[in-house]
Design a protein around this ligand. Structure first.
Ligand code: PHE
Length: 359
């Protein structure tokens, strides 16, 4: 018995020492201490011995059993530690690795151009005003000297909203000019404001989309004349396009709310589908303007004998097309991510004038 015990002890000790993982260690434990384990069977065979022999063999057996249990425990802890260390090593973060470049998206050329224009007019001491996109007839037409039945109403291809009983028929503003009226009614002169925003017309082709953007401008005080209008707009386009000798043309035009009226064209060229700024081969109209009609001042409660001034409405998409060589207006609203990657701006693409205007 003694011999058997010490040889079992040696076998188990060497097995436990050479085992390489937790599963095998558990198998050794079961094969030794389990119900039918080697040591358990020896325990059971003690009953065949005489009292004396059983007592001394029992003592040794218990000692060996405890020894083996302790040994297996130590080995188990070792394996568990190894597993934890391995996991830690795998999950460690190398803080010296360069970071992944994440695309932050792009700024749409329309947003960029509006931002640029606001900055320039801000430098020219204009304040920002705004008005609703769902407008009333009075602000969009009547107060702008476009009474009902006026032929100019047809030119505007207006979207009308369904009329609600007991309330006035609303419409989607066809231009930003109603902000002129709202500004004048809500304050007292002098005024020097711009109003950027969305406008809507029932129209769709190469150069028209049903929604587009304008920046309205209004300057009213007691000494403003047409020379100021020309100077202000010429300054503006030179700063915006960042070209000092830009080809600019004022062409007589007609708007019911200004008199005299003009449109401003910028020299450009169009060759094989490409649009380029400069030259005088072709012209692109980018804004309408004129001296505010006395009737508009009167409709807005401004003394037309004392005050006068000018107004303008810049087409944001057209200005963006010219400045950034974007030939098709409709592409602005196609939501094509490849287009945006090509024509869009990063948040740090700041034109030179944004970091200090030099005039
Ligand atoms: N509202 C005009 C348009 O949409 C532009 C304009 C604004 C003209 C202000 C003159 C003065 O075409």
């Amino acid at each position: 018995m003694q011999h058997e015990l010490s040889s079992l002890r040696e076998t188990v000790v060497s097995e436990v020492e050479s085992v390489s993982n937790l599963t095998d260690l558990e198998a050794i434990r079961v094969a030794t201490l389990g119900k039918k384990g080697r040591l358990t069977l020896l325990m059971k065979s003690l009953s065949n011995l005489s009292d004396d022999e059983r007592r001394s063999a029992g003592t040794i057996l218990n000692k060996i059993k405890n020894e083996i249990i302790a040994l297996i425990d130590v080995r188990k802890t070792q394996f568990e530690l190894e597993v934890i260390n391995l996991k830690l090593a795998e999950e460690s973060i190398d803080v010296t690795l360069p970071s992944r470049i994440r695309s932050k998206g792009f700024i749409h050329p329309i947003s960029q151009v509006i931002e640029e224009m606001i900055t320039i007019f801000g430098e020219m001491n204009f304040e920002i005003a705004s008005g609703p996109e769902i407008e009333e007839d009075f602000y969009n037409f009547t107060a702008l000297n476009i009474p009902p039945e006026h032929p100019a109403r047809q030119m505007h291809d207006t979207f009308y909203l369904t009329k609600r009983e007991g309330s006035e028929q609303k419409l989607l503003r066809t231009h930003t000019s109603p902000v002129q009226i709202r500004t004048m009614i809500g304050g007292c002169p002098p005024f020097r404001i711009i109003a950027p925003g969305r406008t809507y017309r029932h129209d769709y082709d190469m150069t028209h989309t049903p929604m587009f953007h304008q920046i309205e401008g209004l300057v009213i005080d007691d000494g403003t004349h047409f020379g100021h209008l020309k100077g202000c707009l010429a300054d503006f386009v030179r700063l915006f396009f960042e070209v000092d000798d830009l080809n600019v043309r004022f062409r007589p035009s007609y708007f019911p709310f200004t008199e005299p009226s003009a449109e401003m064209d910028i020299g450009c060229s169009r060759k094989s589908g490409q649009l380029r700024l400069g030259g005088d081969e072709d012209w692109m109209e980018i804004l309408g303007c004129g001296m505010v009609h006395p009737r508009v001042l009167q409709a807005s409660g401004v003394d037309s004998h004392r005050f006068q001034g000018f107004a303008f409405g810049v087409g944001v998409e057209r200005a963006a097309m010219l400045k950034y060589g974007i030939p098709d207006l409709r592409s602005f609203f196609d939501s094509d991510i490849r287009w945006l990657k090509h024509y869009g701006f990063g948040s740090l693409d700041i034109p030179s004038f944004l970091s200090g205007v030099t005039r």
